[in-house]
Design a binder for this molecule. Structure first.
Ligand code: RTP
Ligand code: MG
Length: 153
């Protein structure tokens, strides 16, 4: 009996609007992701969300105190979206970003992306899916595709 090879996971990474003010910053971050073992970029697109799209993407946070300023932020300019694949793509990318709060992360892990680039709790520069179910929903939302087969075709 042979076991099937482990299937790679997929995740959605977003480089939020504050980062796109400087194209060289985006290029540097994309390069850093490319060089990261265990992460491969399989799809990429620039997005510019309407309020309706931002509200729908973050529907789980509707009613939270930061919801309106989050929607303002996510509609303040274009974003770079990446579909990443890898054996542990979801946790790998979350580890690379660091947790939600950039100022805290500067104390705890100055090397993570949010510590290096993030501005505030809301303007934290990066998004990463939090589970396989979220990744599937978010990849479908952004790219209209959610499986490896669809993304790599
Ligand atoms: P997680 O994967 O643990 O859900 O983390 P996340 O970064 O997605 O953060 P989440 O709590 O899901 O919130 C989504 C986005 O809303 C903004 N936010 N602002 N206290 C605040 O001002 C606040 N909290 C969250 C951030 O842009 C966050 O990424
Ligand atoms: Mg979240």
């Amino acid at each position: 009996l042979t076991t099937a090879p482990p299937r790679d996971l997929l995740t959605l990474a977003l480089l939020k609007p504050d980062l796109l003010a400087d194209p060289q910053t985006v290029e540097r971050i994309v390069e850093e992701i490319r060089r990261t073992p265990g992460l491969q970029i399989v799809e990429s697109a620039q997005l510019f969300w309407t309020r309706e799209q931002a509200e729908r993407f973050y529907d789980e946070h509707r009613g939270r105190f930061f919801y309106n300023r989050l929607v303002d932020y996510m509609t303040s300019g274009p974003m770079q979206a990446l579909a990443l694949r890898g054996p542990q793509a979801i946790t790998k990318w979350r580890e690379m970003m660091g947790s939600t709060h950039p100022v805290r992360m500067r104390v705890l892990n100055g090397a993570c992306l949010r510590a290096r680039y993030g501005l505030t709790d809301t303007r934290n520069s990066f998004h990463g899916s939090d589970s396989p179910a979220s990744a599937a929903r978010e990849l479908a939302f952004v790219f209209g595709k959610q499986t490896l087969e669809e993304l790599e075709s």
